[in-house]
Write a protein of this length. Structure first.
Length: 326
């Protein structure tokens, strides 16, 4: 028992002191130092998402306020954050300047309406060969003044009548014409972030406001943005019959221990047979779960163990192994 406790203590010291390499998406959010709270909607924007947000000429106009925190999607595992008029995605395999992608919400939501196509060759219009559509008049002025194709993508429709308004769809946005507004403010953007959030039936819990700076010194302290895990075994080599103790340590992006995480083990024996174990216990207050397996008459060879960790909608995997030798 003392040996077991010593091994566990040593493992914790190694993990906390040296860390480990999590998935790239988790790492990028863990290292975020820049952060901004938006009291209008009660959400934070941090790190690369904040840098992308603030790189726009007028982010409040083109993106609006954040309506969720950054979180990992239940399907696909990608980190996303919704804004009133946009959705940001983290693509960790891309080069640094392209790691944050603005979702093509216009393409995803667009359904054709009644087209109002201007006359050809008007000097107040610009035709885009990429899509065969043109932008005209105040829409063209707004387009050019707020980032152009780099910001909105190419037009995917001409003028249309939808919802009683003259609108035009772009790959990442929808322009609206409001003649009742003062000059210079008559072109606005549709809240496609909200529309798409509800369109795909995202979990409304993500819309809930979170505490601002007045209630915590560091917004990252109470916001779990991702889960990381590490697994290891007590013995590296064992006989053909015996038992093995597996240790799983679970932390968030800071990294701080996460209690009450669920763990499922998938064990591949040397015979290539697989066994799946749903562990009834949860990680403790130190973010640690131990589980002992017993086996008999296994052939010589490696035993591979994959631990799938689930916590509050987040999921990650980690692996360890040992060898049956004699």
């Amino acid at each position: 028992m003392k040996v077991h406790r010593y091994l566990l203590f040593l493992a914790v010291i190694v993990v906390v002191g040296q860390g480990w390499i999590p998935t790239v998406a988790q790492s990028s959010l863990q290292l975020a130092s820049d952060q901004r709270y938006f009291p209008e909607t009660g959400h934070w924007v941090v790190g690369e998402f904040l840098a992308t947000y603030e790189s726009a000429p007028d982010p409040a106009k083109v993106y609006g306020n954040p309506i969720t925190e950054a979180y990992q999607e239940a399907t696909g595992g990608r980190y996303v954050q919704y804004f009133e008029r946009a959705r940001f995605e983290l693509v960790p395999d891309n080069p640094a300047e392209f790691r944050v992608k603005i979702t093509l919400l216009g393409e995803l939501i667009y359904t054709p309406g009644q087209e109002l196509k201007p006359s050809a060759n008007l000097p107040a219009c610009q035709v885009f060969v990429e899509s065969g559509k043109q932008i005209c008049y105040a829409f063209l002025d707004f387009f050019e003044a707020n980032g152009g194709a780099a910001q909105f993508g190419y037009p995917i429709s001409n003028f249309e009548i939808q919802d009683g308004l003259i609108v035009q769809y772009f790959q990442r946005a929808r322009f609206e014409w409001h003649p009742e507004l003062p000059p210079g403010k008559r072109v606005t953007l549709t809240n496609l972030g909200y529309q798409y959030f509800y369109f795909i039936r995202e979990n409304p819990k993500h819309l809930r406001p979170v505490p601002g700076p007045e209630s915590r010194l560091n917004p990252m302290v109470q916001t779990v943005l991702g889960v990381r895990a590490r697994a290891f075994v007590q013995q590296a080599v064992l006989p053909q019959s015996g038992s093995q103790t597996i240790y799983i340590i679970v932390q968030d992006q800071r990294p701080l221990p996460l209690s009450d995480a669920e763990v499922t083990l998938t064990i591949t024996w040397p015979s290539k047979t697989k066994e799946q174990l749903i562990i009834g216990d949860l990680t403790n207050g130190m973010g640690i779960l131990t589980h002992t397996i017993s086996y008999s008459n296994q052939p010589v060879g490696p035993v591979e163990i994959v631990a799938t960790v689930t916590y509050n909608g987040f999921q990650t995997q980690t692996a360890t192994s040992f060898r049956i030798w004699y």
